[in-house]
Design a binder for this molecule. Structure first.
Ligand code: HPA
Length: 275
């Protein structure tokens, strides 16, 4: 056995620290902001508290450009939203338990809805850069799982989580009320660290993927394990490798996300208001 802290106990500690540091005893919904989405945090509602993420137990500082080191408590109507301005990834060398720690902490803090956002490459040629897409399902191609390792503690559900409805159709219907033009797609989550080759993208198209990225899938599994509903939204920041005429780079991903900022903000605020 390693002497790493037990992940669910660590999430409980982080939730207690969050309540103390924000002065908000419980949150209702968590938003995890992916690459380039961080700017939306400032205008979602009334910012009640802003806590540096890495001052909470178990949270490393996000290192990837486009992510921000803050946990915001934001009041939107009657909802207490917890907004995690950044996430950490497997490709940074973190274990699955650390990658899903934000989601487990938010659930320990009371959140009954998890909204996961990301930047993704698009495999559907009809989607332009800047298109938000609702996730209908996922392919976890990371080779990792938050349900691998020591069994969950006895006061938690067992590990064999049902993923038949990984992404909530109820929450997707709410997002469609806000923007009826939103398309849906299957998100393939990879270990990442490098972008894909065109051959890998053709393989994933054959697997049924519409979007490709380096996050989200483990967080969704961790939330479903605890019985919490998930809304996933990708922002298409580029055509997947070999599908467009350009080479891929992270600057391009961030620039596309910045341009789409106002549309993303309106969508997230609309969803929070209808929850
Ligand atoms: N591939 C993987 N991750 C990504 C991409 C991509 O094309 N775009 C944004 N994140």
């Amino acid at each position: 056995m390693s002497n790493a802290p037990e992940p669910f106990a660590l999430a409980g500690e982080a939730a207690a620290a969050l309540a103390e540091r924000t002065g908000v005893p419980s949150h209702d919904v968590v938003l995890v902001l992916g690459s380039g989405w961080a700017a939306t945090a400032d205008d979602l509602g009334e910012i009640v508290a802003d806590v540096p993420l890495d001052e909470l137990p178990g949270f490393p500082a996000p290192t990837v450009l486009g992510h921000r080191n803050s946990a915001l408590s934001v009041r939107v109507g009657d909802t207490n939203a917890l907004v995690l301005g950044g996430r950490v990834h497997l490709y940074e060398g973190h274990p699955a338990a650390t990658v899903v720690h934000g989601v487990r902490t938010a659930i320990a803090a009371g959140c009954g809805v998890v909204v996961l956002t990301n930047a993704a490459g698009g495999l559907n040629p009809d989607w332009l850069v800047g298109q938000p897409v609702l996730l209908s399902d996922q392919l976890n191609l990371t080779g990792a799982s938050p349900m691998a390792g020591p069994a969950p503690p006895s006061d938690r559900p067992i590990r064999f989580t049902d993923l038949t409805e990984a992404y909530s159709s109820r929450l997707r219907a709410i997002a469609l009320d806000v923007d009826p033009t939103l398309p849906e797609g299957v998100y393939a989550g990879l270990l990442g660290g490098a972008f894909e080759t065109p051959a890998e993208i053709r393989m994933m198209a054959g697997f049924g993927a519409d979007l490709v990225g380096m996050s989200t899938v483990l967080e969704t599994i961790a939330a479903r394990h605890l019985g919490v509903e998930v809304l996933g939204i990708s922002l298409v920041t580029n055509a997947a490798a070999g599908m467009g005429d350009a080479n891929l780079d992270h600057e391009e991903v961030l620039a596309a996300a910045a341009t789409a900022g106002p549309r993303m903000l309106a969508l997230l605020r609309g969803v929070l208001e209808l929850l």
